[in-house]
Design a protein around this ligand. Sequence first.
Ligand code: IPM
Ligand code: MN
Length: 362
Amino acid sequence: MKKIAVLPGDGIGPEVMEQACRVLKACENLGEDVPEFELEYGLIGGAAYEQHEAHFPVETHKICERSDAILFGSVGGPVAEADKPKWHKCEANSLLSLRKAFSFNANLRPVQVYPELNHISPLKAELIEKGIDMLIVRELTGGIYFGEHRRFEKEGKRFGSDICEYDEDTVRAIAHVAFQAAEKRDRRVTSADKANVLDSSRLWREIVSEVSAEYPAVTLEHMLVDNCAMQIIRNPSQFDVLVTTNMFGDILSDAAAVLPGSLGLMASASLNASGFGMYEPSGGSAPDIAGQGIANPIAQILSVALMLKHSFGLMDASDKISAAVTRTLQSGFRTGDISQPDDKVLGTAEMTDQILKELSEG
Ligand code: IPM
Ligand code: MN
């Protein structure tokens, strides 16, 4: 039996999580190696604030601690209410605390464009015809996010300062994650940095190069982050594994997230050195469509697939979920975010019904 901490959060979080949990429970019938999943629900984000006046309450921390993996929904509220205490710093308080509490140093963000959805990608057909299948590996516990943050005054002027620091162990750890992932893929790593300006990036480049010597079958290319941002749009097919710092990874992964045409399709995994992981959709809480039953459940369902693969080594069950999603899309089923004018649009639960049907038949 495996214990899953389920943190639905805010906005569309609860409704897509409900569907993802149906898929998770359905996986129990996929094979003898699949254990039973016991779900323990916890509050996070604005939903937690309402009851505990904290975005990541102690109670939720405890639930995560006694679980084998964390399934996370989404957090945050409407932009217009951003100053209310319930929403103030909600995303950062929830996510950064979780990352820190469990030392999730590696953030894996797979970016794929489904050929059947090529037409909803904002890129021109000729830029994506070769296919896009990249894995962004973002360092998640170091860099400018976790350096000293400071506001101060000097000579009557207001200052703000955030220190960007990396030590060699942190860089080495994420480099290994990237090379090991590449060994199972197309064996190419691109490392994005700003080594023409920053010392932290020069260290990054040095260590990534050192680590690459241990992976002779994998090729390494260093790329400056500004060029990399351009390449993600101009020629995204060139990338296999893209490894980068916390801050650059935050930005580049949002740029890459545009390629599939909807954030509702993208899942991500955050892992620590001992393999404990948290899985979540890449999109936000989408408060504008929350509660209507129209959100795309695919990102949350693919988070389950990532969890089965990375936390439990259930490759077969994980692949079956991904394949069921692909076949559902191939059959023409769409939620609103990925639909075209003549498509028949399904709601969150109906889309999941189709995926479950494919899963049981596949
Ligand atoms: C992300 C988010 C977070 C980050 C925010 C909400 C703190 O943008 O997961 O990419 O910057 O890491
Ligand atoms: Mn981000």
